[in-house]
Ligand binder design. Structure first.
Ligand code: P6P
Length: 317
């Protein structure tokens, strides 16, 4: 009886603690330059949240670096984030998936940031959840570095609620945007265990990539739960929240990998590995893949250690 009371009291204490923890309190001991940079993204997400519910989802009439037609929402989210970063002196360089080149913002800044302003924006017209992804890298520039230079990474999800997930290298935490504009801690220290859930991207590659087809058969024949929305951010976040599973996006000759190393894969791999999970590009951890150019794309699988190991085993037969 005493043990049950102790557990209940502990659970109550956790609820009370998290109900009082805002992002500012969580970052109280973080160096001001890094805290300010993270809060610049958190403030951007609030502004994007205010727009995404009613902004036009039509095309902007322009294309991004990858030749993809931009939506007005992509451009709007990009402008909002740059507006916040331009007022953030620690940011020396900012690279956006929606821009052709990195931008020098503050010559004396200590960090470089790479971000995808609105990943999955083409899903907004179907009212599916989409996200903002960012990584904060030590020093100036990205070329020649690996994801090990990331000192903090995070993502926002614009869904039934707006959440902001963050790691500075420790276990990731999630904040939920409140009606009063505060970010309240909603999930502390997320960890990835093991379990049968899969988010298989680029299935059209199976026509040529028979190893991927064999893994798909394994998942189907072994009772894995399919959870794929077409939005990488919510699909990966689900692995953290449910503490299990794998997100994969390999390729084939005619359907090559399309996910970007610095804007999407490295920040998400940083967060998943911080949660005790794993990542792979089939050769190394995503965090050990050297950046050769800002447009670099990579094979990716992120998730639990066993599932990522299985992915690598099947795909490299
Ligand atoms: P496919 C969204 O466009 C995105 O960049 C990721 O968020 C998502 O995982 C992937 O592309 C979806 O790609 O080939 O399934 O449309």
């Amino acid at each position: 009886m005493l043990r049950i009371c102790a557990i209940n009291l502990y659970s109550l204490a956790c609820i009370l603690y998290s109900s009082r923890v805002t992002i500012e309190k969580f970052l109280a001991d973080t160096p001001e330059n890094l805290r300010g940079t993270i809060l610049a993204f958190a403030d951007s997400v609030k502004k994007i949240t205010a727009e995404i519910g009613t902004a036009e989802t039509s095309e902007a009439g322009s294309q991004n670096t990858f030749g993809e037609n931009q939506l007005k929402l992509d451009v709007l989210a990009d402008q909002i984030i740059f507006g916040e970063l331009e007022a953030c002196p620690p940011v020396a360089i900012a690279a956006s998936e929606e821009q052709s080149n990195e931008k020098v913002l503050h010559a004396d800044g200590e960090f470089s940031v790479a971000f995808d302003p609105l990943d999955g924006s083409s899903l907004v017209d179907s009212n599916l959840a989409v996200g903002t992804i960012f990584g904060i890298w030590k020093g100036k520039g990205f070329i020649g570095k690996t994801g090990r230079a990331i000192i903090a990474a995070g993502y926002a999800i614009y869904g039934p609620r707006t959440t902001f997930t963050l790691s500075l290298g420790e276990k990731p935490v999630e904040f939920t945007l409140q009606k009063n504009g505060e970010w309240k801690l909603s999930l502390a220290k997320m960890e990835i265990g093991e379990g049968k859930m899969f988010a298989p991207g680029n299935l059209r590659a199976c026509a040529e990539n028979k190893n991927y087809l064999a893994l798909l058969d394994f998942w189907a024949e072994n009772g894995y739960q399919l959870r794929y929305s077409g939005g990488m951010v919510p699909d990966v976040h689900q692995i953290l929240v449910k503490s299990k599973g794998i997100f994969s996006y390999p390729g084939s000759a005619s359907c090559p990998p399309k996910l970007r190393l610095i804007y999407e894969c490295a920040p998400l791999a940083f967060i998943v590995e911080a949660a005790g999970g794993a990542s792979t590009n089939l050769e190394t951890s995503i965090l050990d893949e050297k950046v050769l150019d800002l447009d670099q794309r990579t094979v990716i699988a992120v998730g639990s250690q066993k599932e990522v190991d299985r992915f690598r085993k099947f795909l490299t037969v």
